[in-house]
Write a protein that binds this ligand. Structure first.
Ligand SMILES: NC(=O)C1=CN([C@@H]2O[C@H](COP(=O)(O)OP(=O)(O)OC[C@H]3O[C@@H](n4cnc5c(N)ncnc54)[C@H](O)[C@@H]3O)[C@@H](O)[C@H]2O)C=CC1
Ligand SMILES: O=C(O)[C@@H]1CCC=N1
Length: 274
């Protein structure tokens, strides 16, 4: 029998993982998602054919895996409400919430549960996600394998043995699609300022990012060498890269990522007190 997975929360992240799972051949019959209103559920039900519901407790009655995909700020209330049903069924818990430690989730759910903390990202929707995973001590090998299988269906999986490193994963991949989308915005705006139609600039920028990522992933050369190969001495790229370095591009990226990881740690501090 297929592993039954229930998503508590049906927003951007749950939708991306569910969409990616179905694309990879997971049966929609084995997937359920919940949300307090039908607004988020109708598209998932109609487009992907999964089961949906507004009652979290009812939705986990048959679940082998429960993916907690609500905002960190409401996780305490959601977990408290699920405590009895979860303790009765004892499914594998996978939390995708930023910041919240596995121990906190476990405590809110009544304790002694196998909890995997996962930091995914939204490109999971197209099977190109990147997830960092951490297993709490109660997770056994079979459950680790199950979490790997689920998240590998939507992209790359990297396990960390030190939970604190998930804050770094949040900075490097969880939040990072947004950095690249910002770059696309800036490149499109600059392309338009240089005279290109907006849609042409957008397509060229996105294809170039896709090409650069694909090339870097297939190459045994590091990014510094690949960058050098584009830079003809005295040419155009050299001028562009010099302009970026002069403007402090590296420091801007590093500061943003430090701020991201620090915010994840701060959220654990703020929310974990409950
Ligand atoms: N959006 C992203 O790129 C990423 C998000 N995350 C994490 O994923 C989690 C969800 O984030 P998003 O999907 O972006 O948020 P979202 O706002 O798009 O989705 C949240 C969902 O929770 C539902 N919800 C609210 N109260 C509920 C309740 N009592 N019971 C069941 N469902 C309820 C909402 O209706 C909505 O469907 C967060 O904890 C976030 O830290 C992690 C990695 C990346
Ligand atoms: O911005 C956030 O808090 C969530 C976690 C990682 C990506 N989105």
């Amino acid at each position: 029998m297929a592993t039954r997975v229930t998503f508590i929360g049906a927003g951007n992240m749950a939708g991306a993982i569910i969409g990616g799972m179905i694309e990879k051949g997971f049966s929609p019959d084995a997937i359920t998602a919940t949300s307090p209103s039908d607004e988020f559920l109708a598209p998932l039900r109609e487009r992907l054919g999964i089961a949906t519901g507004t009652d979290n407790n009812a939705a986990i009655e048959q679940a082998d895996v429960v993916v907690l995909a609500v905002k960190p700020q409401i996780m305490h209330d959601v977990c408290s409400d699920l405590r009895e049903a979860v303790q009765r069924r004892r499914p594998l818990i996978i939390s995708v919430a930023a910041g919240l430690p596995a121990e906190t989730i476990d405590r809110w759910l009544g304790g002694k549960l196998p909890v995997v903390r996962c930091m995914p990202n939204t490109p999971s929707l197209v099977g190109a996600g990147a997830s960092g995973l951490y297993a709490s001590p109660a997770v056994d090998d079979a459950q680790r394998k199950l979490a790997t299988e689920l998240m590998e269906a939507v992209g790359l999986v990297e396990w960390v043995e030190d939970e604190a490193l998930l804050d770094a994963v949040t900075a490097v991949s969880g939040s990072a699609p947004a950095y690249f989308f910002l770059m696309f915005e800036a490149m499109e705006e600059a392309g338009v300022a240089l005279g290109l139609p907006a849609d042409t600039a957008r397509r060229l920028a996105m294809q170039t990012a896709y090409g650069a990522a694909s090339m870097a992933m297939q190459s045994d050369r590091g990014p510094a060498e690949l960058k050098r190969n584009v830079m003809s001495p005295g040419g155009t790229t050299e001028r562009a890269i010099q302009s970026m370095e002069d403007a402090g591009m590296r420091r801007i990226v590093q500061d943003a990522m430090k701020a991201c990881a620090a915010r994840a740690a701060e959220m654990a501090e703020e929310l974990g007190k409950r």
